[in-house]
Design a protein around this ligand. Structure first.
Ligand code: PHE
Length: 339
């Protein structure tokens, strides 16, 4: 074999498996390799050609070493892979994500009210003054309209606001439908608050409305007791404290007995045994009339709660900001049915 033939051979060599790799090694790099004859022939080469000849043989050797090294590396990668992967192993579950804790709680609240005949209604987040305030009996100078609480949007002649509660949806329902009305309105609401662990500039509510003939405060109380027991457990008690809302009269704040300490007192209920969860009251006759429902024939009750507040109690999340930061380590802790 001369240099030229070997050079051609190296240029066209194909190594397909480990056996071929070993054959290649023995032929070009082994202890009795074919290049040795070429080196041995050096002594018969005329002196003036020795240098060029030696260089050519060295190049051949280098080429053979390179081919060997790269083929070997390629085989060892594929070998590692086949050792790592057990093809009989069941496939790993795709990462399907999880439901947001607020969605889970909202769904739970909605389902409880669905069971007693309340249907969901939705409305716009950008509202006019009428639906967010005026129809709900807010006098023009009421402090809740103040810039501190409400995000106002100026567009042309009209002033718009980001709704501060989903009571605005209930106004729309009352304007469009005739009693009996039984509806709940889940949705996002906005208030102009500095963001902290305990307050945010947006949060979520579920508000409810029931209007028919002869609806009484006793109906309201019983409905809320049913709701509280479905959500927090059969042993749950409720208590109503007098309060004020422009759109209800009388109005009340609803407390549930603390589900964590069973009313004995703990740091979540601040040692009172009670947790405030919502506002409620009998719909003010002014509101019914403003929405085209005759307040002499019909009466109704309304209530509204914050979804974050309920989630905080059920999941013991103390920092409101976690709900909107989308940190996957937080979100993946919540799975349906676990509360
Ligand atoms: N709309 C009130 C709020 O956002 C809650 C509420 C609704 C109170 C219905 C009473 C009756 O705070």
């Amino acid at each position: 074999m001369n240099i030229e033939d070997l050079s051609k051979e190296l240029s066209s060599v194909v190594i397909q498996n480990e056996t071929e790799l070993e054959q290649f090694r023995i032929r070009f790099l082994g202890s009795k390799n074919i290049l040795k004859d070429l080196y041995a022939a050096l002594k018969d080469i005329p002196n003036d050609q020795k240098r060029a000849y030696g260089q050519q043989v060295n190049e051949l050797k280098q080429k053979a070493e390179d081919i060997y090294a790269s083929a070997k590396a390629a085989f060892s990668v594929s070998q590692n892979q086949s050792q790592k992967e057990d093809l009989t192993k069941p496939a790993t579950d795709p990462n399907v994500g999880s439901h947001h804790p607020l969605s889970l709680i909202r769904r739970e609240i909605v389902e409880i009210f669905n069971r007693i005949g309340f249907v969901v209604s939705e409305g716009p987040e950008i509202e006019d003054d009428w639906h967010n305030f005026s129809a709900l009996n807010f006098p023009p100078e009421h402090p809740a309209r103040d810039m501190q609480d409400t995000f106002f949007i100026e567009k042309g002649e009209q002033e718009w606001a980001l709704r501060t509660h989903t009571s605005s949806v209930q106004v729309r329902v009352m304007e469009q439908e005739k009693p009996p009305i039984r509806t709940i309105s889940p949705g996002r609401v906005y208030r102009n608050e500095a963001i902290s662990a305990r307050a945010h500039c947006f949060f979520h509510q579920v508000e409810g409305l029931y209007i028919d003939q002869n609806v009484s405060f006793a109906d309201l109380k019983q409905t809320l007791l049913f709701f509280a027991q479905e959500l927090f457990g059969e042993q749950t008690k409720i208590r109503l404290r007098p309060s004020y809302f422009p759109f209800t009269e009388p109005s009340a704040e609803v407390d549930v007995s603390c589900s964590l300490c069973a009313g004995k007192g703990c740091n979540v209920c601040k040692y009172t045994g009670w947790l405030e969860i919502m506002g409620c009251g009998m719909v003010d006759p002014n509101v019914l009339d403003a929405c085209g429902i005759d307040s002499k024939t019909y009466s109704g009750f309304a209530f509204g709660m914050g979804v974050e507040r309920i989630a905080q109690l059920k999941y013991r999340v103390t920092d409101l900001r976690l709900y909107s930061e989308n940190d996957i380590r937080f979100l993946k802790q919540f799975t349906p049915g676990v509360s």
